[in-house]
Design a protein around this ligand. Sequence first.
Ligand SMILES: C[S@@+](CC[C@H](N)C(=O)[O-])C[C@H]1O[C@@H](n2cnc3c(N)ncnc32)[C@H](O)[C@@H]1O
Length: 375
Amino acid sequence: MATFLAVAPKTFVNVLEAELKSKQFKVIQKSSLGIYFSGNWQDCLRAHLSLKTATRILLPVLEFNAYKDEELYNNILKHDFTKYITVQQNFVVESSVINCSFKDSRYLSLKVKDAIVDQFRNKYGSRPSISKTDNDLKVVVKGLKNNYFVALDTTGGFISDRGYRLDQGPAPLKEHLAASLIKLSGWKFNEAFIDPMCGSGTLAIEAAMMATQKSTMLKKQFAFQGWRTMISKDWRDTYAEVAGQQTEISAGQIFGFDHNPRMISVSHVNAKAAEVEKFISFKQQSVADFSMSSIPSKGTIIVNPPYGERLGDVQRLEKTYKELGTLFKKQFTGWDCWLLSGHPDLTKSLSLKSVKQIPVFNGPIECMFLHYPMY
Ligand SMILES: C[S@@+](CC[C@H](N)C(=O)[O-])C[C@H]1O[C@@H](n2cnc3c(N)ncnc32)[C@H](O)[C@@H]1O
């Protein structure tokens, strides 16, 4: 058994914890970086294939205090990094520091790299190369007030890059952010889900993937599977287990709309790549002209309108937000409406009072996820 750290943005750590528990992972504890869970390597693969709200999975290997080069060097040598890759392979060190005596993360990376290189040289008389872009092992070092956390990146890349976004609009949500917002909204899979401004389709696609337990990762290999210690492992049962959990939902339950016809084509392309196209209805229409043949009595709307920060301009958008508020009130009585707001003044134009305000980051933009129950 090993201890892994499933990483998520700070605001979504609770959402990730709930997801891990719902998927029967053995949660150990919460930290500001994510959730520690225990399991074997098959569990690590299962996490990669099935988690929607994590960004990557780390394997913590060391934790220590250090103030000087020598202390850092000696502590790094306490873990045997030579067991993961050969001298013909590549590695990289990714560092970050907050309030540490090592002020420059690049210097920290260099010192950690030197220690690891020496470990290989002492054992094999030779060393692996460094590559930022093409590496077989990424060592992650996070320093906080001279306490250093060292982990190996088992993912290699990000599990939040699902690979289905073949095309996109100018301001798409990251996939794990969309999935986390859906979890936060409490959408029930047997009820309707609508994104009236769907852009590249991310929210609708994530909703469909969540409800059907679809994984776009089933053909992928992750960094840890290439490590020397994993050579003889057979992963087929775990891939088959996750594939076998995929289920169907009825069509006519998940909807995406956008006034821009190009975004509707993009959404179709992406949903097809995610293999959930048949569960989603995409249609071109503007919020002002919104119509559906029949609107169920209950359901969830999540909308990520332009904020004026990246798209459109604030004055023009006031009218759009007003139209959204009217749409919620007139056509969605009984529904849970949620809006990701990056601009507090614009949300005033909805003329609605939110009952819940959850602070979240959309990339660098500080946003509020606002709940408007239409009762
Ligand atoms: C911030 S983007 C949504 C991004 C989306 N969540 C994604 O992940 O790609 C906002 C979208 O709202 C659409 N939009 C703007 N005004 C609209 C309106 N009045 N009616 C419908 N869609 C609108 C834009 O075309 C754009 O695609």
